[in-house]
Design a protein around this ligand. Structure first.
Ligand code: AVJ
Length: 322
């Protein structure tokens, strides 16, 4: 096994995005990708083992049970690219199943250096796998992987954990289309999608009793304090989870407990919050099966197979580029 990492991402970019998100008219917002610095990535690992949050376990259960069936539907030789590898734990089932049949190149694409390191370490012991990590935005990374592919090789893109649900509607469809454009006909996309479930269950999952999700969300302000020398006082803000009926998504917000002013020197601005005003930090869409086949087909994929977890409704969808 070999490991290699290719890098980027800057404080300047963070400063620009924070400034744009907090000074916009109407609803203030921050991009959810910034939740995953080293503290945030570690907190997400804890979230994934909380009793209230069944999503990651459902995803992993499906891959553990069905990796052989999934692999049987591919056309080797296959190169694997993964968007947002996280810890790499779920990916192990896929790589082990694939590497029983062939030597595999595995290219995790991650904006978080911490997550990339974790995943490279987690998967380093699988024999017939070479790992080349890309510290990149998803589509940039995918373009690079596609450019390096050998002729006749099938690309399998893993997009697990229902990360697709973090895109705003219809940005999820647009993203699938952009992905399709970098792929060739016959390439595969294994897409993990969290399915619709009752609102109270969702609210518990995104506002757990231990307060880990609250810490995960508020860490975004702590990160801005650390990296942009801001003076957010964390006790003056609180975590909020809401279910938006119109969009079918859980939303995470950070609510200001009172009117206050915060300065962010490294982004060269300061900002006022009203009492009760929120910063929208993440949306997590919950799909219906119909919706999944509709957006897949709209984006130029054929839905080849679906595997569904009954315990925590979640679907693994194998899509083939049409
Ligand atoms: C990373 C997409 C799985 O939307 O459920 C968990 C992140 N946010 N708790 C999700 C998350 C709050 C998450 N995924």
């Amino acid at each position: 096994m070999q490991t290699q990492t290719i890098t980027a991402q800057s404080v300047a970019e963070l400063a620009r995005d924070v400034r744009a998100g907090l000074t916009r008219k109407g609803q203030k917002e921050l991009p959810s990708k910034y939740l995953y610095d080293s503290v945030g990535s570690a907190l997400f690992e804890v979230i994934s083992v909380l009793p209230e949050y069944g999503l990651t376990r459902a995803d992993e259960r499906l891959l553990r049970r069905h990796s052989e069936d999934i692999v049987a539907r591919l056309t080797p030789p296959t190169t694997v690219a993964e968007l947002g590898s996280g810890s790499g734990k779920k990916t192990r089932w896929m790589l082990e199943a694939l590497s029983r049949h062939q030597h595999i190149s595995y290219c995790p694409i991650e904006i978080s250096r911490a997550a990339l390191t974790m995943c490279e370490r987690e998967l380093a012991d699988i024999d017939a796998v070479s790992i080349v990590g890309f510290e990149r935005e998803y589509l940039d990374g995918l373009l690079e992987v596609a450019a390096r592919r050998r002729k006749g090789e099938q690309l399998l893109v893993l997009f697990l954990g229902s990360t697709i649900g973090n895109f705003e509607h219809p940005a999820d469809l647009k993203f699938l289309r952009q992905m399709r454009e970098t792929l060739q006909a016959g390439d595969a996309l294994l897409l993990g999608t969290d399915l619709e479930k009752p609102a109270p269950q969702l609210l518990d999952a995104y506002d757990d009793s231990l307060g880990v999700t609250a810490a995960f969300n508020l860490n975004l302000l702590a990160r801005i304090n650390r990296e942009l020398e801001a003076d957010f006082s964390l006790e003056q803000f609180e975590h909020v989870a809401r279910f938006n009926q119109d969009t079918g998504s859980v939303e995470m917000h950070i609510r200001s407990r009172r009117q206050q002013n915060v300065s962010i020197p490294a982004a060269e601005f300061s900002i006022t919050f009203d009492a009760g005003e929120t910063i929208w930090t993440e949306s997590s869409h919950k799909y219906s099966l119909k919706e999944i086949s509709r957006i897949s087909e709209n984006a130029g994929f054929r839905c080849d197979s679906q595997w569904i977890d009954e315990e925590w409704p979640f679907a693994e969808n194998l899509l083939i580029a049409a």
